[in-house]
Design a protein around this ligand. Structure first.
Ligand SMILES: NC(=O)c1ccc[n+]([C@@H]2O[C@H](COP(=O)([O-])OP(=O)(O)OC[C@H]3O[C@@H](n4cnc5c(N)ncnc54)[C@H](O)[C@@H]3O)[C@@H](O)[C@H]2O)c1
Length: 324
């Protein structure tokens, strides 16, 4: 089989993570790279290979699969153009910034028959993969959960507090754990939400009470000004005299019964791309395009996941009632 030619629209930080991995993957060939700041595209080419392109349209015309790794607001336009041109698409989160856009992309992905994958790398981080498999193989049956997803500040870069650029704080890293809630526990049935504008012009702290369709329930909090106290991200899942929890993507620990030991697995020695799940998600994207089998393919985030995550965020903002 020929190598799949992969192009990039947006050549910043996260593009560099993906392109570095793809450059090492058999079956992938880096192709056209576009960034409105030509220095970013040149730097990516120097590091990883590929060729410079003069526009996003050129990337879509010349590549078979497109990585959309540009800022949030641009994702929908590029993803739609690529799907309509019959290209496979890997799009970084967020999928879209409102429900109308989300529905358009979901419909275009379904119509195209091409691979569409969203960048929810945490699904493949070993800390979260361990939780997922404990639930799947019945070692722990979730009854309830307690989740936090904080940020230290919205100052670096300054636009992170500007909802007209980000779509709102919930579309930033909080979105990763909204996706994780659905990945681990299924669909959300009911949500109650409180949010406040505290230090920043956007709604910058949230407390949610969630009931899942499965009956599992839990609390979820997200604060944008928590300091970078470790861990900024944690999922605790409670079962029958059992708990599993993580500390960001550094470790996972569990106790599966009364009078049982607490066990701990640490991932700090793994390369970042493995610890955060990026290598697996890029590998699976390529396998999907090339029609190769892999048991983990059913765990990738699809356009339906993207649409449901946006629907969930819209519900939360509507309940809070303060805009974004
Ligand atoms: N999955 C993850 O863990 C993860 C991590 C980081 C970023 N992201 C997402 O990836 C996207 C990019 O984030 P980043 O950290 O790489 O940002 P970045 O600022 O480092 O890179 C973005 C690049 O896009 C370019 N750009 C700006 N406007 C553009 C346009 N109209 N068309 C094409 N390119 C344009 C910029 O010049 C820049 O080089 C964001 O949407 C972000 O939410 C996801």
């Amino acid at each position: 089989m020929n190598d799949t030619i992969i192009g990039f629209i947006g050549c910043g930080e996260v593009a560099t993570v993906h392109a570095t991995l793809l450059a090492e993957l058999p079956g992938a060939a880096l192709g056209p790279l576009y960034d409105p700041d030509p220095r970013r595209a040149e730097l990516l080419k120097e590091r990883c290979g590929g060729e410079l392109a003069a526009s996003a349209e050129e990337v879509i015309a010349r590549a078979e699969a497109i990585y959309v790794t540009s800022p949030n607001r641009t994702h929908v336009g590029y993803a739609l153009a690529a799907l309509e041109a019959g290209r496979h698409v890997f799009c970084e989160k967020p999928f879209a910034l409102n429900l109308a856009e989300a529905e358009k992309v979901r419909a275009a992905a379904e119509r195209s028959g091409k691979v569409y994958q969203l960048g929810f790398n945490r699904r493949f981080a070993p800390a979260y993969a361990a939780m997922k498999s404990m639930i799947a193989n019945g070692e722990l049956t979730p009854r309830s959960f307690n989740i936090k997803m904080n940020r230290g500040e919205l100052q670096h870069p300054a636009w992170t507090s500007d909802a007209t650029v980000t779509g709102g704080f919930l579309f930033e890293s909080t979105l990763h754990l909204f996706d994780m809630v659905r990945f681990l526990f299924g669909e959300v049935a009911e949500v109650q939400a409180v949010g406040r504008k505290g230090l920043y012009p956007c709604v910058d702290s949230f407390s949610l009470l969630l009931t899942m369709e499965s009956g599992v329930h839990g609390v979820f909090s997200s604060c944008a000004h928590a300091s970078w106290h470790f861990p900024f991200e944690r999922v605790e899942i409670y079962g029958d005299h059992a708990t599993v929890q993580n500390d960001e993507m550094e470790s996972v620990s569990w106790c599966l019964g009364l009078a049982q030991p607490t066990e701990l697995r640490r991932f700090g020695t793994l390369p970042h791309a493995d610890r955060w799940g990026f290598r697996t998600e890029d590998t699976l994207f390529l396998r999907r395009i090339q029609g190769q089998r892999d048991d983990r393919i059913c765990q990738v985030a699809t356009a339906v996941d993207g649409w449901r995550n946006v629907e969930f965020i819209e519900r939360v903002y509507a309940l809070v009632g303060l805009g974004r």
